[in-house]
Design a protein around this ligand. Structure first.
Ligand SMILES: [Zn+2]
Length: 352
């Protein structure tokens, strides 16, 4: 073959290859959305239970090639429907811990996924963990029994009799449970292509875990309800040392936050152990500053914005506003972007 012919072929190849290259170079993007911001078992003002949706992709798929749900409190499905995400599209669901305000929406999500006929999805959470009082928290059992009531009521069999393409075991047949032993160092617990999820042990209940998602577009830490390992003051911070380790250099921190007004030095009536096992907005501000985060997203607010009563306890001094939480974060020294979470609050990375 002559040099000229080779050059001509190379030229054709280059031209042919151009559209493929430009697709591959479509800008990667990350979208983080709060699917629910309620803190604790109570209901307030239509707020959904705790949860965060992390979407990653590029402009060609509206940043939605991969969709990960972290926790799934009451009403998660309703919030997802407001942003056109169906349960079928979730690539994996992660749980920080087995408290109802983080798990109650799971049956709803999985029943609808089953009704739509799948596919299977990964459920990622801690392996069974026993508390110092001898009580075992089991994500695996929670997931394994998620269909029981619907099997017992006859609904699964009834809908199957109308369409036997649906699986006989109900929603549990669509779950692939992946458990891990939370450690004091980050460990990779799930990945798909460019998306990597790592987890670390954190204190709240036995088996509580916090997560970090790394993508080429940015990174986010989901702290859950993490607090410090020391159950009460004196301690350097109410935040978790492990979450801080996990969050080094992260772009976004999403974290449950309590406001100092609920503390035992005021008259809220909240039992100190419940108050102390959460992170304070002020300490989260200090932690976000130390790790160099760009955005701090407070969620699962205790108390809820505008609430006179939080769960069973009064809010000393009256209802709080977003400005009150912002002030607490600033007192911690954080000068980045603070979002005081409301349902469906969204952060896109990079910003549009
Ligand atoms: Zn909670």
């Amino acid at each position: 073959m002559t040099k000229t012919l080779l050059a001509a072929i190379a030229c054709i190849l280059t031209v042919t290859a151009t559209p493929i290259v430009s697709t591959a170079e479509a800008a990667p993007c990350l979208i983080v959305t709060l699917t629910g911001t309620q803190s604790g078992p109570s209901v307030f003002n239509g707020q959904a239970g705790a949860g965060t949706l992390v979407r990653y992709g590029d402009d060609s798929n509206d940043c939605g090639a991969t969709k990960l749900q972290f926790d799934a409190g009451r009403g998660t499905n309703m919030r997802l429907s407001q942003i056109d995400v169906t349960p079928v599209q979730l690539d994996a669901i992660f749980f920080t811990h087995m408290h109802g305000d983080h798990t109650e929406g799971f049956a709803d999500i999985m029943m609808l996924r089953w009704y739509f006929k799948g596919p299977k999805t990964d459920i990622v959470c801690s392996s069974d963990a026993t508390s110092i009082l001898g009580v075992t928290n089991s994500c695996r059992k929670y997931v394994t029994h998620i269909a029981d009531a619907f099997l017992q009521s006859g609904e699964i069999a009834e809908r199957r009799s109308e369409d036997n393409a649906r699986l006989a075991g109900g929603p549990v047949d669509l779950t692939n449970v992946i458990t891990f032993d939370p450690k004091d160092e980050p460990q990779l617990v799930w990945s798909s292509g460019d998306v990597k999820v790592s987890a670390i042990r954190s204190t709240h209940t036995a088996g509580h875990a916090s997560y970090r998602v790394d993508t080429p577009a940015g990174s986010v830490v989901i702290g859950g309800d993490a607090g410090n390992d020391a159950p009460a003051p004196p301690r350097a911070s109410s935040t978790s040392d492990q979450v801080e380790k996990l969050a080094k250099g992260v772009d976004i921190i999403v974290h449950s936050a309590f406001h100092p007004v609920m503390g035992p030095d005021r008259d809220s009536g909240m039992p100190p152990p419940i108050f102390y096992r959460q992170s304070l907005a002020s300490d989260l501000g200090a932690m976000a500053k130390r790790v160099g985060a760009k955005h701090l997203v407070l969620t699962h607010l205790g108390p809820s914005l505008g609430a006179v009563i939080h769960n069973r306890w009064k809010v000393p001094g009256g209802p709080l506003t977003q400005a009150d939480y912002r002030k607490a974060v600033e007192a911690g020294g954080f000068t980045g972007n603070t979002i005081v979470g409301t349902d469906l609050a969204t952060l896109r990375f990079p910003a549009k």
